[in-house]
Design a protein around this ligand. Structure first.
Ligand code: CA
Length: 373
């Protein structure tokens, strides 16, 4: 039976429209009834979470700790997760394999770290000139992205959770002005992942440096430029003391999604209410992290401008247009080599096209025309 518009208003008037959703939301996933007996069991679980961040790393590491705290509180201590910073139990970039092999129960990071293992994973974190946080959340949570992510990680024995977003990052710190593509030629820049590959296509020289080596590298001229995250983390790194120009926007990370991943067997052992607690805590982290990034970045951008001698710049439009073309070529290479990447990117880019039309007349107009301050 088709649900007609007039039925919708009738249901609304009766206050019944939210009822089916409320019941489903409370009970958990579609299997909730079958496994209802295990719900609210007294069984206790102790898990280890490995992270790709240094212990207590601002926002990202804090999110892992908050997640564990909320899960413990919501479950009355039935699911107790101990968080390990990168290097404490396994190396930061070993987190993915550690969870797959059961050396840890869950992990957190960003899915583009695993592009070498599963190329399609990067589309769930960030691609240059990709979607922003709001759009990416829409694709993953409501536009089919999560189903693809679950399929990909499921084939690797993992369950993915969307768990945060950095918002639009900054383009990075430069000791030379970027006025045209000529200024990118030979530019030694610390910029990892696909952004680095795009820079290389454009004539630059991406350099791989660990977090702890970036400051001295930039200070001593080993590199000409570096990207990091945004004003809050960048300020803590001290880049405003040694770089001349701070460029926006982060064309290479337009709203990087963060993730958690759980060993599939371990997840399946949980009763349904604990599964729902895990899912709900991840969603709370998702909105908390973006809100925390936006708040802290706005505060620290002002500090950088007030305290440093840095010039804030925007990349020229022509430079961004060329980098966009190089990005298309890079993505075409990935999707030609990996069928699952092709499937994921088809879904991603169709959604990006669709939502861009909507954002154009609403979000863009908001930023251009209707703000009070
Ligand atoms: Ca970054």
């Amino acid at each position: 039976m088709k649900f007609k518009r007039k039925d919708f208003f009738k249901a609304l008037a009766l206050g019944t429209i939210s009822l089916p959703f409320a019941i489903r939301g409370f009970g958990g996933n579609a299997n909730a009834q079958d496994e209802g007996a295990s719900t609210l069991s007294g069984e206790r679980f102790k898990w280890k979470m490995v992270t790709t961040w240094p212990p207590k790393f601002p926002v990202l590491g804090e999110a892992a700790d908050l997640f564990a705290k909320w899960v413990k509180e919501m479950s009355g201590g039935r699911l107790d997760i101990k968080v390990f910073g990168g290097g404490e139990l396994v190396g930061a970039l070993e987190a993915f394999d550690a969870v797959r092999s059961n050396a840890a129960d869950m992990g957190c990071g960003a899915s583009y770290y695993w592009a070498g293992k599963a190329p399609a994973s990067q589309f769930f974190a960030s691609v240059p000139f990709g979607m922003n946080a709001q759009q990416l959340n829409a694709w993953i949570l409501c536009g089919g992205g999560m189903q693809l992510w679950e399929e990909l990680y499921g084939s690797l024995g993992l369950v993915p959770l969307l768990a945060g977003n950095s918002g639009v990052q900054m383009g990075g710190w430069f000791n030379r002005e970027i006025n045209s593509m000529a200024d990118l030629q030979g530019l030694k820049m610390r910029i990892p992942g696909l952004g680095g590959k795009v820079l290389k296509r454009a004539g630059g020289a991406p350099v791989l440096l660990a977090g702890g080596e970036i400051y001295t590298g930039l200070e001593r001229g080993v590199i000409d430029a570096t990207e990091w995250i945004g004003p809050y983390h960048d300020y803590k790194m001290g880049f405003h003391q040694i770089a001349k120009y701070y460029y926006a926007p982060g064309w290479h990370e337009t709203g990087t999604a963060l993730e958690m991943f759980i060993n599939q067997d371990k997840y399946n052992q949980l009763p349904n209410d604990l599964k729902m607690i895990v899912q709900t805590a991840a969603q709370r982290i998702n909105i908390w992290m973006l809100s925390e990034f936006e708040t802290k970045n706005s505060i620290y951008l002002k500090k950088i401008i007030d305290e440093g001698e840095v010039e804030l710049r925007q990349f020229p439009k022509e430079v961004l247009a060329e980098l966009r073309d190089h990005t298309r070529e890079s993505i075409a290479e990935i999707t030609a080599a990996d069928p699952f990447s092709k499937r994921v990117y088809e879904s991603y880019s169709a959604f990006q096209n669709q939502i861009s039309n909507w954002s154009e007349i609403t979000e863009k107009s908001f930023y251009n025309n209707i703000q009070l301050s």
